[in-house]
Each structure stands twice: as C-alpha cells, then as structure tokens.
Design a protein around this ligand. Structure first.
Ligand SMILES: *Cc1c(COP(=O)(O)O)cnc(C)c1O
Length: 221
C-alpha cells in the first residue's frame, strides 16, 4: 500500500476528534511530500536538526510537532515555527521555551511528558513533579508558553494489559491535573498517546493525539 493509502486507512479507524501526527523521522522529504499531496498536514519529528531542515525545504502550511527529547540550548531553532512540543520534561526546558518565545513574540503550545513506562530510560515527569512545578511561583510567571495537556510512551512490550494500565494511568493524571489546575483552560485538552503498535488501545484509553510512523512510512533504517 502507498503512504497515502496507509494514512487513509488509519484515518478511517480514528474517531473524528483524534488527531493524527504522521511521524516522519529518518524518512526522506519525498515521503513527506507524498503524504502531503494526499492531504496530510501534520508531521512529527524527534530531532531538532532534522525538523529544522525539513521545515525549511517543505511547504509552509505543514504543522510541525516535536515529539522527541529537547535540549534547552536547541529550543531557539524551533520556537519560531513549531506547532506543538510534546516532550517537555523539565521546568528548566519550559523556562527556556518561554524565554525564546518572548523573543519571537509567540505563545508556544506544550505538552508535559509523563513517565508512565516501567523502563528507566524514558524521559518525563512524575505526577508529583508536575504538581510541584504547577504550584511554584516560577511556573506562574511564565507567560509565553501554554500547557495543552500531557504526553506519554508505554513500556515496550507485547503485554496489552500492561500498556492499557499505563495509558489509563496517564488519563487519570490528565483528569486530576485538569480538575485542579486547568479547569478554566479550554486549551488543556490533549492526551498524546499511541504509536503504530498501540494506537487502537490508546484511543480506548482517551488519546486525543496519536503519533504514528512505521504504519504510515514503513520500517525505519
Ligand atoms: C518514533 C516515535 C513514534 C512513532 O513510532 P512508530 O512505532 O513508528 O509509529 C511516536 N512517538 C515518539 C515519541 C517517537 O519517537
């Protein structure tokens, strides 16, 4: 099947309110253009350098999402154009985004990445770290970032029960944070969970954004 056929097939399965981020990391611009010509406008990358290069040479109405770990010193390269940063995993990073956003007179939309997997290697806040941050004076002073929800990655396993448990845990964290801190914010509405192997499960668990690469573009080298 072609890239566009793959996208259309996934879209048929997605509830209308769930957004599809086509994860194009490591894939050539020609592959992105093929998806673009089929109507896809939302793409995700996990490395700053690759994201910037693709932004510069591809059509300007693409909505670019950063989904991978971001270092504070690289924030300045993406702040001018990025649509949503999924992977905010520290207050220091949020401060750096705010600082650059002020320079560019933008408000940058961000998700808080939560560590829900069993593995140590994955990035992200714990629920307590998020609460501590949200209650801090320093956080309340940030004006040029907008928190739009949470993002998570489940443990790399075939065990569906485990994945479901982790996704539901993130959904519960989202709800409790929403109730306590973002009741007045209609922007705080996103739960970014679900990849090629687990997006159907993620949707059952409340996903509003799925990030799908392999099922659209094929295996990466
Ligand atoms: C690569 C990546 C994806 C997409 O993974 P697939 O299994 O290829 O669909 C989703 N989210 C993040 C954070 C990624 O790095």
């Amino acid at each position: 099947m072609s890239i566009t056929q793959n996208i259309n097939k996934i879209k048929e399965e997605l509830p209308q309110k769930v957004k599809l981020v086509a994860v194009s990391k490591f894939k050539p611009e020609a592959a992105i253009l093929e998806a673009y010509n089929g109507g896809q406008r939302v793409f995700g990358e996990n490395r700053v350098q690759e994201l910037v290069a693709k932004y510069q040479s591809l059509p300007k109405d693409i909505e670019w999402h950063l989904i991978g770990h971001l270092q504070s010193n690289k924030v300045k390269y993406i702040v001018p154009f990025v649509h949503l940063i999924h992977s905010v995993d520290s207050f220091k990073l949020l401060e750096a985004i705010d600082k650059e956003a002020i320079k560019f007179k933008r408000v940058v939309d961000c998700l808080l990445e939560v560590h829900i997997a069993e593995e140590d290697a994955k990035f992200g806040f714990s629920e307590n770290e998020i609460i501590e941050m949200l209650e801090s004076v320093e956080f309340k002073e940030l004006r040029n970032i907008r928190i739009c929800g949470v993002m998570g990655m489940a443990t790399f396993t075939d065990n569906e029960r485990q994945i479901r448990k982790e996704f539901l845990h993130l959904s519960a964290i989202f709800n409790s944070i929403k109730n306590k801190y973002f009741n007045q914010s209609s922007a705080f509405c996103e739960i970014s969970i679900g990849m090629s192997g687990d997006y159907k499960l993620a949707i059952e668990c409340g996903s509003t954004i799925v990030r799908i690469g392999t099922t659209i573009f094929g295996e990466r080298d």
